[in-house]
Design a protein around this ligand. Structure first.
Ligand SMILES: Cc1cc2nc3c(=O)[nH]c(=O)nc-3n(C[C@H](O)[C@H](O)[C@H](O)COP(=O)(O)OP(=O)(O)OC[C@H]3O[C@@H](n4cnc5c(N)ncnc54)[C@H](O)[C@@H]3O)c2cc1C
Length: 388
Protein backbone atom coordinates (compact mmCIF):
# COMPACT_ATOMS: atom_id res chain seq x y z
CA UNK A 1 0.00 0.00 0.00
CA UNK A 2 1.07 3.55 -0.64
CA UNK A 3 2.34 4.83 2.73
CA UNK A 4 1.45 8.42 1.69
CA UNK A 5 -2.24 7.59 1.87
CA UNK A 6 -3.98 9.92 4.33
CA UNK A 7 -6.02 7.87 6.82
CA UNK A 8 -8.31 9.29 9.53
CA UNK A 9 -9.67 7.04 12.26
CA UNK A 10 -12.61 8.46 14.20
CA UNK A 11 -12.72 7.04 17.74
CA UNK A 12 -9.91 6.06 20.14
CA UNK A 13 -11.66 2.98 21.49
CA UNK A 14 -10.05 -0.47 21.40
CA UNK A 15 -10.88 -0.89 17.70
CA UNK A 16 -9.57 2.46 16.45
CA UNK A 17 -6.38 2.30 18.52
CA UNK A 18 -5.59 -1.28 17.45
CA UNK A 19 -5.87 -0.23 13.81
CA UNK A 20 -3.63 2.81 14.38
CA UNK A 21 -1.06 0.68 16.21
CA UNK A 22 -0.76 -2.07 13.59
CA UNK A 23 -0.51 0.43 10.74
CA UNK A 24 2.08 2.40 12.75
CA UNK A 25 4.14 -0.81 13.16
CA UNK A 26 4.25 -1.01 9.37
CA UNK A 27 5.25 2.60 8.86
CA UNK A 28 1.77 3.82 7.93
CA UNK A 29 0.78 6.99 9.78
CA UNK A 30 -2.83 7.66 10.75
CA UNK A 31 -4.61 10.37 12.71
CA UNK A 32 -7.09 9.26 15.36
CA UNK A 33 -9.74 11.84 16.27
CA UNK A 34 -11.32 11.29 19.71
CA UNK A 35 -14.13 13.32 21.25
CA UNK A 36 -12.93 12.84 24.84
CA UNK A 37 -10.61 15.60 25.97
CA UNK A 38 -8.00 13.22 27.45
CA UNK A 39 -7.58 9.47 28.09
CA UNK A 40 -9.02 9.62 31.63
CA UNK A 41 -11.97 11.93 30.94
CA UNK A 42 -14.40 9.15 31.84
CA UNK A 43 -14.03 5.66 33.28
CA UNK A 44 -13.76 3.33 30.29
CA UNK A 45 -16.05 0.69 31.78
CA UNK A 46 -15.57 -2.73 33.25
CA UNK A 47 -13.51 -5.80 32.67
CA UNK A 48 -13.37 -7.62 29.32
CA UNK A 49 -12.22 -11.11 28.54
CA UNK A 50 -9.85 -11.48 25.62
CA UNK A 51 -10.45 -14.36 23.22
CA UNK A 52 -7.55 -16.27 21.70
CA UNK A 53 -8.85 -16.38 18.12
CA UNK A 54 -9.84 -12.70 17.89
CA UNK A 55 -8.84 -10.13 20.55
CA UNK A 56 -5.58 -11.79 21.56
CA UNK A 57 -4.77 -12.58 17.93
CA UNK A 58 -5.16 -8.89 17.06
CA UNK A 59 -2.97 -7.80 19.96
CA UNK A 60 -0.34 -10.35 18.91
CA UNK A 61 -0.43 -8.83 15.41
CA UNK A 62 0.04 -5.44 17.11
CA UNK A 63 3.23 -6.77 18.74
CA UNK A 64 1.80 -6.20 22.21
CA UNK A 65 1.69 -9.63 23.85
CA UNK A 66 4.27 -8.76 26.52
CA UNK A 67 2.28 -5.66 27.40
CA UNK A 68 -0.93 -7.71 27.43
CA UNK A 69 0.56 -10.22 29.87
CA UNK A 70 1.39 -7.32 32.20
CA UNK A 71 -2.27 -6.27 32.45
CA UNK A 72 -4.09 -9.61 31.93
CA UNK A 73 -5.82 -11.13 34.93
CA UNK A 74 -5.83 -14.88 34.29
CA UNK A 75 -6.83 -15.37 37.94
CA UNK A 76 -10.24 -13.72 37.43
CA UNK A 77 -11.87 -16.12 34.97
CA UNK A 78 -14.15 -17.86 37.46
CA UNK A 79 -17.94 -17.92 37.41
CA UNK A 80 -20.67 -18.45 39.98
CA UNK A 81 -24.41 -18.73 39.68
CA UNK A 82 -26.57 -18.15 42.76
CA UNK A 83 -30.27 -18.35 43.49
CA UNK A 84 -31.95 -15.39 45.11
CA UNK A 85 -31.38 -16.84 48.58
CA UNK A 86 -27.65 -16.75 47.78
CA UNK A 87 -27.34 -20.54 47.51
CA UNK A 88 -24.64 -21.51 45.04
CA UNK A 89 -26.14 -23.33 42.03
CA UNK A 90 -22.95 -23.49 40.02
CA UNK A 91 -19.35 -22.62 40.62
CA UNK A 92 -16.26 -22.87 38.45
CA UNK A 93 -13.50 -22.95 40.98
CA UNK A 94 -10.67 -23.43 38.53
CA UNK A 95 -10.59 -19.73 37.75
CA UNK A 96 -6.99 -19.34 36.64
CA UNK A 97 -6.76 -22.20 34.15
CA UNK A 98 -8.83 -20.70 31.30
CA UNK A 99 -7.42 -19.09 28.18
CA UNK A 100 -9.62 -15.98 28.30
CA UNK A 101 -7.82 -13.54 30.58
CA UNK A 102 -9.67 -10.48 31.85
CA UNK A 103 -8.38 -6.96 31.26
CA UNK A 104 -9.74 -3.66 32.50
CA UNK A 105 -10.78 -1.35 29.70
CA UNK A 106 -8.80 1.56 31.09
CA UNK A 107 -5.65 -0.58 31.20
CA UNK A 108 -6.28 -1.83 27.65
CA UNK A 109 -6.65 1.71 26.32
CA UNK A 110 -3.56 2.91 28.20
CA UNK A 111 -1.54 0.00 26.77
CA UNK A 112 -2.62 0.79 23.21
CA UNK A 113 -1.95 4.52 23.66
CA UNK A 114 1.54 3.84 24.97
CA UNK A 115 2.29 1.94 21.79
CA UNK A 116 1.50 4.94 19.58
CA UNK A 117 3.30 8.25 19.03
CA UNK A 118 1.60 10.89 21.21
CA UNK A 119 0.85 12.98 18.11
CA UNK A 120 -1.25 10.19 16.57
CA UNK A 121 -4.32 10.79 18.76
CA UNK A 122 -6.06 14.17 18.64
CA UNK A 123 -8.09 14.52 21.86
CA UNK A 124 -11.08 16.81 22.24
CA UNK A 125 -12.06 16.34 18.58
CA UNK A 126 -15.75 15.42 18.39
CA UNK A 127 -16.46 14.80 14.74
CA UNK A 128 -19.75 16.31 13.59
CA UNK A 129 -19.88 15.43 9.94
CA UNK A 130 -18.01 13.80 7.08
CA UNK A 131 -18.05 15.88 3.91
CA UNK A 132 -17.45 14.55 0.41
CA UNK A 133 -14.98 16.60 -1.66
CA UNK A 134 -15.08 17.08 -5.39
CA UNK A 135 -11.80 15.15 -5.77
CA UNK A 136 -13.33 11.99 -4.21
CA UNK A 137 -11.62 12.47 -0.85
CA UNK A 138 -13.19 13.42 2.49
CA UNK A 139 -13.08 16.27 4.99
CA UNK A 140 -14.02 15.87 8.65
CA UNK A 141 -15.97 18.66 10.29
CA UNK A 142 -15.34 19.50 13.97
CA UNK A 143 -16.45 22.35 16.23
CA UNK A 144 -13.05 23.98 15.69
CA UNK A 145 -13.18 23.72 11.86
CA UNK A 146 -12.51 21.07 9.28
CA UNK A 147 -9.63 18.61 8.80
CA UNK A 148 -8.59 16.90 5.62
CA UNK A 149 -8.47 15.89 2.94
CA UNK A 150 -8.38 12.19 3.80
CA UNK A 151 -8.31 9.32 1.31
CA UNK A 152 -9.77 6.89 3.84
CA UNK A 153 -11.95 7.61 6.88
CA UNK A 154 -12.50 4.70 9.28
CA UNK A 155 -15.48 4.99 11.60
CA UNK A 156 -14.38 3.38 14.87
CA UNK A 157 -16.78 5.68 16.71
CA UNK A 158 -18.93 3.11 18.47
CA UNK A 159 -22.62 2.25 18.57
CA UNK A 160 -23.90 5.71 17.61
CA UNK A 161 -21.40 6.23 14.80
CA UNK A 162 -21.69 9.47 12.83
CA UNK A 163 -20.05 7.83 9.84
CA UNK A 164 -22.46 4.88 9.59
CA UNK A 165 -25.36 6.98 8.13
CA UNK A 166 -23.22 7.61 5.02
CA UNK A 167 -23.05 3.86 4.45
CA UNK A 168 -26.17 2.32 5.91
CA UNK A 169 -29.70 3.44 6.87
CA UNK A 170 -29.81 1.15 9.92
CA UNK A 171 -29.69 2.37 13.51
CA UNK A 172 -29.23 0.19 16.61
CA UNK A 173 -32.55 -1.01 18.02
CA UNK A 174 -33.38 -1.37 21.71
CA UNK A 175 -33.16 -5.03 22.74
CA UNK A 176 -35.73 -4.79 25.54
CA UNK A 177 -33.04 -5.07 28.21
CA UNK A 178 -31.79 -2.22 30.37
CA UNK A 179 -28.75 -2.45 32.63
CA UNK A 180 -28.30 -0.22 35.68
CA UNK A 181 -24.59 -0.17 36.41
CA UNK A 182 -22.95 0.44 39.77
CA UNK A 183 -19.51 -0.15 41.28
CA UNK A 184 -18.01 -1.17 44.60
CA UNK A 185 -14.47 -0.02 45.43
CA UNK A 186 -11.75 -1.55 47.56
CA UNK A 187 -13.74 -4.76 48.07
CA UNK A 188 -11.04 -6.90 49.64
CA UNK A 189 -10.52 -4.52 52.53
CA UNK A 190 -13.84 -2.68 52.79
CA UNK A 191 -16.33 -5.35 51.66
CA UNK A 192 -14.72 -8.80 52.06
CA UNK A 193 -18.12 -10.55 52.12
CA UNK A 194 -18.95 -9.08 48.70
CA UNK A 195 -15.51 -10.05 47.40
CA UNK A 196 -16.33 -13.61 48.45
CA UNK A 197 -19.88 -13.48 47.07
CA UNK A 198 -18.66 -12.47 43.61
CA UNK A 199 -15.54 -14.66 43.69
CA UNK A 200 -12.65 -14.49 41.23
CA UNK A 201 -14.62 -13.62 38.11
CA UNK A 202 -18.32 -13.09 37.52
CA UNK A 203 -21.39 -13.88 39.59
CA UNK A 204 -24.96 -14.07 38.32
CA UNK A 205 -28.31 -14.33 40.06
CA UNK A 206 -31.63 -14.34 38.25
CA UNK A 207 -35.12 -14.56 39.74
CA UNK A 208 -38.56 -12.96 39.48
CA UNK A 209 -37.81 -11.70 35.97
CA UNK A 210 -34.78 -9.68 37.12
CA UNK A 211 -31.08 -10.35 37.19
CA UNK A 212 -27.87 -9.13 38.77
CA UNK A 213 -24.48 -9.74 37.23
CA UNK A 214 -21.38 -8.68 39.14
CA UNK A 215 -17.82 -8.90 37.86
CA UNK A 216 -14.53 -8.56 39.62
CA UNK A 217 -12.34 -5.91 37.95
CA UNK A 218 -8.72 -4.99 38.62
CA UNK A 219 -7.76 -2.86 41.66
CA UNK A 220 -10.18 -4.73 43.95
CA UNK A 221 -13.19 -3.19 42.20
CA UNK A 222 -16.51 -4.89 41.49
CA UNK A 223 -18.80 -3.68 38.72
CA UNK A 224 -22.41 -4.83 38.98
CA UNK A 225 -25.37 -4.63 36.63
CA UNK A 226 -29.03 -4.81 37.64
CA UNK A 227 -30.84 -6.10 34.55
CA UNK A 228 -34.48 -5.51 33.67
CA UNK A 229 -36.71 -6.35 30.69
CA UNK A 230 -38.58 -3.06 30.38
CA UNK A 231 -39.60 -0.38 27.84
CA UNK A 232 -36.72 1.79 26.64
CA UNK A 233 -37.68 4.84 28.68
CA UNK A 234 -38.59 2.98 31.89
CA UNK A 235 -35.29 3.38 33.75
CA UNK A 236 -35.01 7.12 33.13
CA UNK A 237 -38.50 7.55 34.60
CA UNK A 238 -37.97 5.05 37.45
CA UNK A 239 -34.54 6.14 38.73
CA UNK A 240 -32.93 9.46 39.60
CA UNK A 241 -29.25 9.25 38.67
CA UNK A 242 -28.66 12.62 40.34
CA UNK A 243 -29.32 11.03 43.73
CA UNK A 244 -27.04 8.04 44.44
CA UNK A 245 -28.70 7.52 47.84
CA UNK A 246 -32.11 7.18 46.15
CA UNK A 247 -30.58 4.86 43.51
CA UNK A 248 -29.45 2.47 46.26
CA UNK A 249 -32.85 2.50 47.96
CA UNK A 250 -34.82 2.02 44.74
CA UNK A 251 -32.60 -0.78 43.44
CA UNK A 252 -32.97 -2.61 46.74
CA UNK A 253 -36.75 -2.20 46.41
CA UNK A 254 -36.70 -3.58 42.88
CA UNK A 255 -34.93 -6.71 44.11
CA UNK A 256 -37.17 -7.22 47.13
CA UNK A 257 -36.97 -10.88 48.19
CA UNK A 258 -33.31 -11.33 47.20
CA UNK A 259 -30.95 -12.25 50.06
CA UNK A 260 -29.56 -9.28 52.02
CA UNK A 261 -26.00 -10.35 51.22
CA UNK A 262 -26.80 -9.96 47.50
CA UNK A 263 -28.51 -6.60 48.03
CA UNK A 264 -25.37 -5.43 49.82
CA UNK A 265 -23.96 -4.95 46.31
CA UNK A 266 -26.26 -1.93 45.96
CA UNK A 267 -25.78 -0.76 49.55
CA UNK A 268 -22.00 -0.72 49.10
CA UNK A 269 -22.02 0.94 45.68
CA UNK A 270 -20.09 4.13 45.12
CA UNK A 271 -21.96 7.12 43.66
CA UNK A 272 -21.35 6.28 40.00
CA UNK A 273 -24.59 4.77 38.72
CA UNK A 274 -25.36 4.59 35.00
CA UNK A 275 -28.35 3.53 32.90
CA UNK A 276 -27.42 1.41 29.89
CA UNK A 277 -30.21 0.46 27.48
CA UNK A 278 -28.83 -2.47 25.45
CA UNK A 279 -29.10 -1.82 21.70
CA UNK A 280 -28.00 -3.80 18.68
CA UNK A 281 -27.78 -3.54 14.91
CA UNK A 282 -29.60 -6.26 12.97
CA UNK A 283 -27.79 -9.59 12.58
CA UNK A 284 -26.22 -9.56 9.11
CA UNK A 285 -25.90 -5.77 8.98
CA UNK A 286 -23.90 -4.78 5.89
CA UNK A 287 -23.61 -2.01 3.29
CA UNK A 288 -22.45 -1.51 -0.29
CA UNK A 289 -18.79 -0.52 -0.28
CA UNK A 290 -18.16 3.22 -0.76
CA UNK A 291 -14.70 4.45 -1.71
CA UNK A 292 -12.85 6.06 1.18
CA UNK A 293 -15.27 5.21 4.00
CA UNK A 294 -15.59 2.16 6.22
CA UNK A 295 -16.55 1.07 9.74
CA UNK A 296 -15.21 -1.30 12.36
CA UNK A 297 -16.22 -2.59 15.79
CA UNK A 298 -19.47 -1.37 17.36
CA UNK A 299 -19.95 1.20 14.59
CA UNK A 300 -20.30 -1.73 12.16
CA UNK A 301 -22.05 -4.33 14.29
CA UNK A 302 -22.94 -3.29 17.84
CA UNK A 303 -24.55 -6.24 19.60
CA UNK A 304 -25.76 -7.16 23.08
CA UNK A 305 -22.94 -8.03 25.50
CA UNK A 306 -24.27 -11.58 25.92
CA UNK A 307 -21.50 -13.54 24.29
CA UNK A 308 -18.68 -11.22 25.33
CA UNK A 309 -17.44 -10.75 21.77
CA UNK A 310 -17.76 -6.96 21.33
CA UNK A 311 -14.26 -5.79 22.09
CA UNK A 312 -12.72 -8.91 20.59
CA UNK A 313 -14.60 -8.34 17.34
CA UNK A 314 -13.59 -4.66 17.29
CA UNK A 315 -9.89 -5.43 17.68
CA UNK A 316 -10.00 -8.29 15.18
CA UNK A 317 -11.78 -6.09 12.61
CA UNK A 318 -8.94 -3.62 13.08
CA UNK A 319 -6.30 -6.30 12.65
CA UNK A 320 -7.94 -7.62 9.49
CA UNK A 321 -8.37 -4.17 7.95
CA UNK A 322 -4.73 -3.37 8.75
CA UNK A 323 -3.52 -6.69 7.32
CA UNK A 324 -5.35 -6.16 4.04
CA UNK A 325 -4.25 -2.53 3.73
CA UNK A 326 -0.65 -3.63 4.26
CA UNK A 327 -0.79 -6.64 1.93
CA UNK A 328 -2.72 -5.27 -1.04
CA UNK A 329 -1.48 -2.69 -3.52
CA UNK A 330 -4.97 -1.34 -4.24
CA UNK A 331 -6.11 0.15 -0.90
CA UNK A 332 -9.73 0.67 -1.98
CA UNK A 333 -10.00 -2.99 -3.02
CA UNK A 334 -8.42 -3.94 0.33
CA UNK A 335 -11.15 -2.06 2.19
CA UNK A 336 -13.88 -3.71 0.12
CA UNK A 337 -12.33 -7.13 0.80
CA UNK A 338 -12.16 -6.37 4.53
CA UNK A 339 -15.86 -5.51 4.53
CA UNK A 340 -16.90 -8.67 2.66
CA UNK A 341 -14.90 -10.88 5.04
CA UNK A 342 -16.09 -8.98 8.14
CA UNK A 343 -19.79 -9.16 7.20
CA UNK A 344 -19.55 -12.96 6.93
CA UNK A 345 -17.36 -13.41 10.02
CA UNK A 346 -19.55 -11.37 12.37
CA UNK A 347 -22.82 -13.19 11.70
CA UNK A 348 -22.13 -16.01 14.16
CA UNK A 349 -21.36 -13.81 17.15
CA UNK A 350 -24.19 -11.39 16.28
CA UNK A 351 -26.59 -14.35 16.24
CA UNK A 352 -25.24 -15.59 19.57
CA UNK A 353 -25.54 -12.14 21.16
CA UNK A 354 -29.09 -11.71 19.83
CA UNK A 355 -30.11 -15.12 21.13
CA UNK A 356 -28.45 -14.36 24.46
CA UNK A 357 -30.45 -11.14 24.79
CA UNK A 358 -33.68 -12.80 23.68
CA UNK A 359 -33.45 -15.59 26.26
CA UNK A 360 -32.58 -13.36 29.22
CA UNK A 361 -35.17 -13.03 31.95
CA UNK A 362 -37.62 -15.53 30.50
CA UNK A 363 -39.94 -17.42 32.87
CA UNK A 364 -37.35 -20.23 32.92
CA UNK A 365 -34.40 -17.86 32.90
CA UNK A 366 -32.49 -19.22 35.88
CA UNK A 367 -33.01 -22.87 34.84
CA UNK A 368 -31.86 -22.06 31.31
CA UNK A 369 -28.78 -20.31 32.62
CA UNK A 370 -27.94 -23.12 35.01
CA UNK A 371 -28.32 -25.75 32.29
CA UNK A 372 -26.02 -23.73 30.09
CA UNK A 373 -23.39 -23.33 32.81
CA UNK A 374 -23.51 -27.05 33.58
CA UNK A 375 -23.41 -28.21 29.99
CA UNK A 376 -20.38 -26.04 29.37
CA UNK A 377 -18.56 -26.83 32.56
CA UNK A 378 -16.30 -28.88 30.45
CA UNK A 379 -15.60 -25.90 28.95
CA UNK A 380 -16.99 -24.59 25.74
CA UNK A 381 -16.97 -21.01 26.91
CA UNK A 382 -18.30 -19.72 23.59
CA UNK A 383 -21.86 -20.05 24.75
CA UNK A 384 -21.45 -19.46 28.44
CA UNK A 385 -23.90 -16.84 29.48
CA UNK A 386 -23.51 -13.98 30.06
CA UNK A 387 -20.46 -11.80 29.25
CA UNK A 388 -18.75 -15.06 28.35
C1 LIG B 1 -22.82 -2.89 29.63
C2 LIG B 1 -21.86 -3.41 28.60
C3 LIG B 1 -21.03 -4.48 28.91
C4 LIG B 1 -20.14 -4.97 27.96
N1 LIG B 1 -19.36 -6.04 28.27
C5 LIG B 1 -18.53 -6.55 27.35
C6 LIG B 1 -17.71 -7.69 27.64
O1 LIG B 1 -17.76 -8.25 28.73
N2 LIG B 1 -16.88 -8.15 26.66
C7 LIG B 1 -16.81 -7.56 25.43
O2 LIG B 1 -16.03 -8.03 24.57
N3 LIG B 1 -17.55 -6.49 25.12
C8 LIG B 1 -18.40 -5.97 26.04
N4 LIG B 1 -19.16 -4.90 25.72
C9 LIG B 1 -19.04 -4.33 24.36
C10 LIG B 1 -17.77 -3.51 24.18
O3 LIG B 1 -17.75 -2.48 25.14
C11 LIG B 1 -17.72 -2.92 22.78
O4 LIG B 1 -18.03 -3.90 21.82
C12 LIG B 1 -16.35 -2.32 22.45
O5 LIG B 1 -16.01 -1.31 23.34
C13 LIG B 1 -16.35 -1.78 21.01
O6 LIG B 1 -15.14 -1.13 20.74
P1 LIG B 1 -15.07 0.02 19.62
O7 LIG B 1 -13.64 0.45 19.57
O8 LIG B 1 -15.73 -0.45 18.38
O9 LIG B 1 -16.01 1.20 20.16
P2 LIG B 1 -16.01 2.01 21.53
O10 LIG B 1 -15.34 1.26 22.62
O11 LIG B 1 -17.42 2.44 21.74
O12 LIG B 1 -15.12 3.28 21.21
C14 LIG B 1 -15.60 4.33 20.38
C15 LIG B 1 -14.76 5.58 20.62
O13 LIG B 1 -15.19 6.57 19.70
C16 LIG B 1 -15.34 7.82 20.36
N5 LIG B 1 -16.31 8.61 19.61
C17 LIG B 1 -17.64 8.39 19.47
N6 LIG B 1 -18.20 9.31 18.69
C18 LIG B 1 -17.21 10.16 18.31
C19 LIG B 1 -17.17 11.33 17.48
N7 LIG B 1 -18.27 11.82 16.90
N8 LIG B 1 -15.97 11.96 17.30
C20 LIG B 1 -14.83 11.46 17.88
N9 LIG B 1 -14.83 10.36 18.69
C21 LIG B 1 -16.00 9.71 18.88
C22 LIG B 1 -15.80 7.43 21.76
O14 LIG B 1 -15.57 8.44 22.71
C23 LIG B 1 -14.97 6.17 22.02
O15 LIG B 1 -13.71 6.48 22.60
C24 LIG B 1 -20.06 -4.38 26.65
C25 LIG B 1 -20.88 -3.29 26.34
C26 LIG B 1 -21.78 -2.82 27.31
C27 LIG B 1 -22.70 -1.66 26.93
Amino acid sequence: MNTQLRIAIVGAGPGGLTLARILHLHGIATTVFEQESHPLERPQGGTLDLHEDSGLRALRQAGLMDAVLAIARYEDQGSRLLDKAANVLFEDQDAASGDRPEVDRTALRAMLLQALPASCVRWGCAMREVQARADGRWNLLFGHGSEGPFDLVVGADGAWSRIRPLLSPYRPQYSGLTFIECGIDDVDRSHPALAQLVGRGKMGVEADGKEIIAQRNGNAHIRAYAIFRVPADWAARRFDLASPAAMRVELIKEFDGFAPEILDLFRASNDHFAIRPICALPVGHCWPSRRGLTLLGDAAHVMSPFGGDGVNNAMFDAAELARLLIERTDWAAAVAEYETLMFARIVESAEGAAEGAATQLSHVGQELTLAMYRSHAGWNQDEIHPFA
